[in-house]
Design a protein around this ligand. Structure first.
Ligand code: GH3
Ligand code: MG
Ligand code: MG
Ligand code: MG
Length: 309
C-alpha cells in the first residue's frame, strides 16, 4: 500500500521525515538503525522539545516514548493535537507500558498506534509505513479540498482557515494584518461578448497573474467567489499592502488581455479594496472583510481599474 501510494503521488522534494523522541539514547539508537536507510530521522531525548521540533521541522510521523521526565508522552501528544500546525502529524507510542489501560490512555490522547518495547524492527517498520501512507493520503485529500477547481489557486475554505489563523496571531502579537479584495471590472460584459468558457479561461489567467505577484510565504491569494479574489497579507503595514495592490493591478493591466466591450479600456482590468488593522480583543474578522468590501465599492464607484484604501 505504501509503495503504491507513493507511486501515485507527485514527487516529494525531500525524503519522508520521522521524529523519534525517547529519554533513553539507547532506544533512540535502536530506532534510528531501523529507519535511517529509508527516512530522514530527527531525534530528541527531551520531551519538552517535541512540539517545537514538530512546528519547525514538520515531520510526517512521530514515534513517542510514554515515560519521560518533564512532560510524559500523553501530555506531549495532547499538545500536538491541540495545535493547528501539528494536529495532523500521526503519533505512535513506543513504550514498555503495555497493559490494556496504557493502550487506551495512549489512544485517548490522540495517538494512531501503540508499539511495545522491546521492539521488533520489522513490525515497527511495517506499522510506520502504514501510518505514513495514510498520512500522505490525508495530505493529498486535504490539498485537493483546499484548491479552487477552476483557477488552481487557494479556495475560499483555505482562505477562511488561514485568515482565522492569521487573525488570531496578529491579535496575540499585535501585528498589522492587511487584506486586498480584488474584483474583475465589467466581467459580465466579458462573458456576454466572449462566452462563458472564454470567461473561465480569462479568470484562470488573471488568477495566475495575481498569484505570480505573491512574494512572502505567509501571504495567500485565494478565489473568494465568482470573479472575486482575496489576498491575505499578515504582518503587513498599509503602505506595503497598497504597494502589493498596485503591483497586482499593473500586472493584470500590462498583460493586455483583450476586453473589447470594456467601457473604460480595451483590456481586462481589476479594482481593489485595501485595508489594514491591528486586531483588538473585541474585533471580529468580519470587520476587516466588510471594510475591504467598502473600499472595493469605492474603487468601482470611482471609475474602476484602481486601488482604494
Ligand atoms: P463590476 O466592474 O462592477 O465588477 O462589473 P461586473 O460585470 O464584473 O460585475 P457583476 O457582479 O455584475 O458580474 C460579475 C460577473 O462575473 C457575472 C458572472 O457571470 C461572472 N462570473 C462569476 N463567476 C464566474 C465564473 O466562474 N466563470 C465565468 N465565466 N464568469 C463568472
Ligand atoms: Mg522513557
Ligand atoms: Mg463581483
Ligand atoms: Mg466584477
Amino acid at each position: 500500500m505504501f509503495d503504491t501510494l507513493l507511486a501515485g503521488q507527485p514527487k516529494r522534494q525531500a525524503p519522508l521525515r520521522i521524529l523519534v523522541a525517547d529519554d533513553q539514547p539507547l532506544n533512540i539508537r535502536i530506532l534510528h538503525e531501523v529507519f535511517r536507510n529509508e527516512f530522514e530521522v530527527l531525534m530528541t531525548t527531551d520531551s519538552k522539545q517535541v512540539v517545537t521540533i514538530c512546528r519547525e521541522q514538520n515531520p510526517d510521523l512521530v514515534l513517542l516514548d510514554v515515560v519521560m521526565p518533564g512532560l510524559n508522552g500523553h501530555q506531549v501528544c495532547r499538545q500536538l493535537r491541540a495545535l493547528p500546525e501539528t494536529r495532523d502529524i500521526p503519533v505512535i507510542f513506543v513504550t514498555a507500558k503495555n497493559t490494556p489501560e496504557d493502550e487506551v490512555l495512549g489512544l485517548e490522547s490522540g495517538a494512531v498506534d501503540f508499539i511495545t518495547k522491546p521492539i521488533n524492527p520489522a513490525t515497527v517498520m511495517a506499522r510506520v509505513k502504514t501510518h505514513l501512507a495514510l498520512k500522505l493520503q490525508n495530505d493529498l485529500l486535504r490539498s485537493i479540498a483546499l484548491v479552487d477547481g477552476l483557477t488552481g489557486v487557494a479556495n475560499r475554505r483555505r482562505f477562511d482557515e488561514q485568515f482565522l489563523t492569521a487573525w488570531r496571531r496578529c491579535q496575540r502579537e499585535q501585528l498589522e494584518l492587511s487584506l486586498l479584495l480584488i474584483d474583475l471590472d465589467h466581467f459580465k460584459l466579458y462573458n456576454d461578448h466572449y462566452g462563458h468558457p472564454a470567461g473561465d479561461r480569462c479568470l484562470t489567467r488573471v488568477a495566475g497573474i495575481l498569484n505570480e505577484t505573491i512574494r512572502r510565504p505567509d501571504d495567500l491569494l485565494a478565489r473568494y467567489g465568482g470573479e472575486e479574489f482575496i489576498c491575505l497579507l499578515p504582518n503587513t503595514a498599509f503602505e506595503g499592502a497598497q504597494g502589493r495592490a498596485w503591483a497586482m493591478l499593473h500586472a493584470v493591466q500590462d498583460q493586455g488581455l483583450e476586453h473589447a466591450h470594456s467601457p473604460a479600456s480595451a483590456v481586462v482590468t481589476i479594482s481593489i479594496g485595501a485595508v489594514t488593522m491591528i486586531p483588538q480583543a473585541g474585533d471580529s474578522p468580519e470587520t476587516l472583510l466588510n471594510a475591504a468590501d467598502k473600499q472595493l465599492y469605492d474603487a468601482k464607484q470611482s471609475g474602476r481599474n484602481q486601488v482604494r484604501g
